[in-house]
Design a protein. Structure first.
Length: 430
């Protein structure tokens, strides 16, 4: 009997020990799983893809440089026109899906996007560097006291020209716009054009008109946002372009088409009054002409006392609030805009003028460019007068439509100016 009880007790003890052992095994397994999950959650994903919408394909070298410097994020450039970016972006922001991780827009139309309230507040990322930038630039990127974009560049006008062709035809540095027109007549006799004109105009033509008008001290709006009526500077600028096209010293072309760049490569277009950033596009599309191009400042208008230039504008980089990698990709904007290294990468990539005034003091920006006969484009920039970009996406569309009617002969410059003024006032309530 005692042996039976002892055997029973032994079995019970053995079973208890087995259960205890199994319990420890389960607990140890749970602890191991928890540790593994915690370790996985704490592991940061490297080289996360970030999609960047821009029309500046020439920005790729700057992106490549940044991608090689760090392993948090890999930025992938997706090129489309700035108007397509704006349209697709507004739809994506409204729907909450389909937005890029970062995008670039002209400063002049940035307010259309910043006022959506769907962008990342970049104020904390730029506040320590804010004094490096002109208030005129940061003001365009600010909405209700918050900064929603960073500006890598500004883009004033200069004249790109074929130095060899000018010398062959006895044309020196042009000091006034009347001298420019006279040079155009001389070149026309050789079957050459002194400039392209965007025809159809579209937004590119509208902004060219604005740049030239600013170089005359003109504006579409008063400082407080009222449309200028009977705008003599607008009418003068429109008439100047219309005459250049009708007289055959300028060639009407669609911007950025193979035909457009083909005329440069064929040495048919031998000068171009345009923003400084287009120097990079000339180099990219006609590399075989290195050393034959040069650059000079905008000339003086003969009826003015000051020698000014105009801005094509500048660009802004911003980030949708919905981006899952916004905290990573904002570092690219910081690097590109607030550091000397980033501003140098910007200039090397797409040749625009640094918006960072401190970075511009670096000796790097005193170098000449072999493509442009050793000249430094940054030394060819005149002063500018303020220009007011109220509701400018609407202004661009209206100006482009009306200029196309003028170029087609359906209305003269005076009628075009009045139609632009009235249409802007009607569309904007200004």
């Amino acid at each position: 009997m005692r042996r039976a009880i002892s055997a029973t007790l032994a079995l019970v003890m053995l079973f208890t020990m087995v259960l205890a052992g199994c319990g420890n095994t389960v607990d140890n397994a749970n602890n191991s799983s928890a540790q593994t999950s915690s370790s996985t959650a704490g592991t940061e994903v490297k080289n996360e893809k970030a999609v960047f919408w821009t029309w500046l394909s020439t920005q790729q070298p700057a992106i490549d440089k940044y991608n090689s410097m760090q392993d948090e994020v890999k930025i992938e450039l997706v090129q489309m026109s700035h108007t397509d970016i704006a349209q697709k972006l507004l739809i994506a922001l409204a729907s909450g899906t389909g937005a890029p991780d970062m995008f670039q827009q002209p400063q002049r139309t940035f307010s259309n996007i910043s006022k959506t309230g769907k962008l990342m507040d970049m104020t904390p990322y730029i506040q320590d560097s804010i004094n490096k930038f002109s208030p005129a630039v940061t003001g365009l990127l600010t909405y209700e006291g918050k900064i929603y974009g960073m500006a890598p560049d500004v883009s004033p006008g200069v004249i790109w020209y074929r130095k060899d062709v000018f010398e062959q035809n006895g044309i020196g540095e042009i000091k006034t716009w009347n001298e420019f027109l006279a040079a155009g007549e001389k070149l026309k006799e050789k079957g050459l054009y002194i400039m392209p004109v965007f025809n159809p105009a579209g937004t590119w033509g509208a902004n060219e008109i604005a740049m030239f008008m600013q170089s005359r001290g003109g504006n579409f709006f008063t400082e407080d946002g009222k449309v200028i009526k009977n705008n003599t500077e607008l009418e003068f600028t429109l008439n100047w372009f219309n005459d250049a096209l009708k007289n055959g010293i300028a060639e009407g072309l669609t911007f950025f088409t193979p035909e457009f760049w083909g005329e440069f490569k064929a040495s048919k277009i031998v000068a171009w009054p345009m923003n400084i950033a287009e120097g990079a596009n000339i180099k990219k599309n006609a590399p075989e002409l290195s050393g034959k191009w040069d650059v000079m400042p905008f000339p003086k208008w003969d009826d003015k006392t000051e020698t000014l230039t105009g801005y094509w504008g500048g660009t802004a980089i911003a980030i949708p609030e919905m981006s899952p990698v916004k905290e990573k990709v904002v570092k690219y904007a910081q690097w590109l805009c607030t550091t000397n290294e980033g501003q140098q990468a910007m200039y090397t990539s797409w040749g625009s003028v640094p918006s960072n005034n401190e970075a511009l003091k670096d000796s790097f920006f005193s170098k000449g460019d072999e493509y442009f006969s050793g000249s430094n484009p940054l030394e060819k920039i005149n002063d500018v007068k303020p220009f007011y970009y109220y509701d400018f996406s609407k202004v661009e569309a209206i100006v482009g439509e009306q200029v196309d009617l003028m170029f087609s002969g359906k209305q003269d410059a005076a009628a075009t100016a009045r139609n632009i003024e009235n249409s802007i006032a009607s569309a904007t309530g200004r």
